[in-house]
Design a protein around this ligand. Sequence first.
Ligand SMILES: O=C(O)CCC(=O)C(=O)O
Length: 253
Amino acid sequence: MNVQQALFELGVRPDTLTQAEKDQLDRDGYLPLVGILTPEQVQAIVARLDALVVAEGANAGKEVHQEAGTDRLSDLVNKDPIFEICFTHPRVLAALAHVLQNDLKLSSLNARAALPGQGLQALHADWGGAVESGDYQVCNSIWLLDDFTEENGATRVVPGSHRSGTTPQQALEDPKAPHPDEVLLLAPAGTVVVFNSHTWHGGTLNRSENRRRAMHSYFTRRHQPQQLDQKTYIQPETYARLSEAARFILDVE
Ligand SMILES: O=C(O)CCC(=O)C(=O)O
């Protein structure tokens, strides 16, 4: 199995993304894909995530990262088959593969809910340092489980910043401050926004009375370490139910 075969088996074809979508991803560093999840799928996923947050309590998110003011969960790969879509959906995979030049594997699959009155993050890239334009090592996808609005802590991005050859920490005096070029990702629940995660981005303050829930299905090049080592964490029942192609995407085969 190689990446091309795995992507093909999971339904990715040369025309799975339009040229306009690829151009948008190249130019802006992000691409919203509306309607990837049906309202019923969103409802089932949030029900499962909410139950996991309660069940895991203070340990929730520990496998990867905990963050004050948020409910985080990690290792969703092994927590319910309902999350399999996050690393096997052909449109999402096609966009990730476009950024990573057909050299990809899952790095981690996590959930993040910004609590009311919380959630502001510094602008950041999901990579330690600057890379040359085109030499991208990581690509993320954010799965909207609530409508992202002006009020509820939608993710902000700085379009085109993946091509800047620098990071917010290097370039900005205060990465937490509003950026003149930032754009809020405003879209309905069920949308997946694939973003080159060298693009400067971050959660914003949730000024609503409800949680703003999302999942992050995060990918990297195959020679890079994963944020969560999937071979260490994979459970026998997960391994048994996954296709060979899905195992390849996780790098657990
Ligand atoms: O959930 C979001 O809005 C973005 C989160 C993010 O960028 C992060 O946690 O690194």
